[in-house]
Design a protein around this ligand. Sequence first.
Ligand code: HEC
Ligand code: HEC
Length: 300
Amino acid sequence: MKKILRAIAWSVGALLALVIVAGCALYFYTQRGMDRKYAIAGHAVHVPADSLALLRGEHVATALSKCVDCHGADLGGRQFIDVPPVARLYAANLTRGAGGVGGVLSDLDWERAIRHGVKPDGSALLFMPSLEFQHLSDDDVGALIAYLKSRPPVDREPAKNSVGPIGRLLYAKGDLVLLPVERVAHEAHPSSPPAAVTAEYGRYLAEIGGCKGCHGEGLSGGRIPGTPPDWKPAANITPTGIGHYTEEDFFRALREGKRPGGVAIDSLMPYRFTKLMTDDEIRAVWLFLKTVPPKPYGGR
Ligand code: HEC
Ligand code: HEC
């Protein structure tokens, strides 16, 4: 009897030791990426000062790239993910106020943060969607920076970020884009197709609009990595999923958050911002989605 008990105690002890070693390995592997400094030069852009550019910048920050969704309506920063096993993330205060980065960043620093995902010192920005924003054209980044710099200062100190064991595991498996800087094509120089009702411009809007970030690389939907089990998965928006939509239905989805039968779409789908897109922009995205290869649900 004693022997058996001792054997069990040994096995449990060995298993526990294994879990601790694996946990430490995971922790050090992920921490190395997070603590690294990335040598990213960035691309200088012209930052205009005219009122038309400021309006375009505001449109990009709200309707198109939705910076305000994470950074808050006043851009003063907010805790936008608070799921400790995955992560606690605070989107920075972008204004010139106390606790904000607005008074510190040079125009080039802004560009490196937005399109490349790094802080001025080269450390990685966690979860900031530069994988999508790398596609922003020079004109749109320039207008965006001009607009952000024009915002009134907000005094708000940011909370500390932390990444929990599930977040680290998902990152190590390659499912969670925790460090976008590792995946951005830093040398590529983006340009935007002319703003028009074309599938090509629609693709640009879908890229900078983060549709892929939630609906998956192939837009076929599925669970959004790292979201708690009770959160709605993203829908399949390839022709397999929304082939039955008319253009009118698509407008209703993006403007009112309703499906063709009138059933509400979960507010995780950011229709409070997509509703601010112009008619032509929504039409362009619609044209683009019709050109996407049909895929079964979740075939990311
Ligand atoms: C999905 C949420 C999300 C969206 C959308 C988002 N950000 Fe961020 N952003 C973050 C988080 C989180 C951080 C803080 C990352 C960190 O500290 O590691 C951040 C940090 C930043 C910084 C940090 C600068 C610094 O030096 O610390 C800048 C600049 C920035 N974001 C600009 C933008 C702009 C401009 C947009 C819109 C085009 C945008 N962000 C959209 C989540 C987001
Ligand atoms: C922050 C994550 C997120 C982003 C960004 C996002 N979506 Fe969604 N979207 C969702 C989720 C989640 C659902 C499913 C909600 C539900 O099941 O009620 C959804 C549903 C939809 C639907 C309804 C599909 C159906 O089944 O009827 C359409 C259409 C749609 N999204 C289009 C888009 C487009 C176009 C973009 C880019 C401009 C986009 N979404 C960006 C999360 C997102």
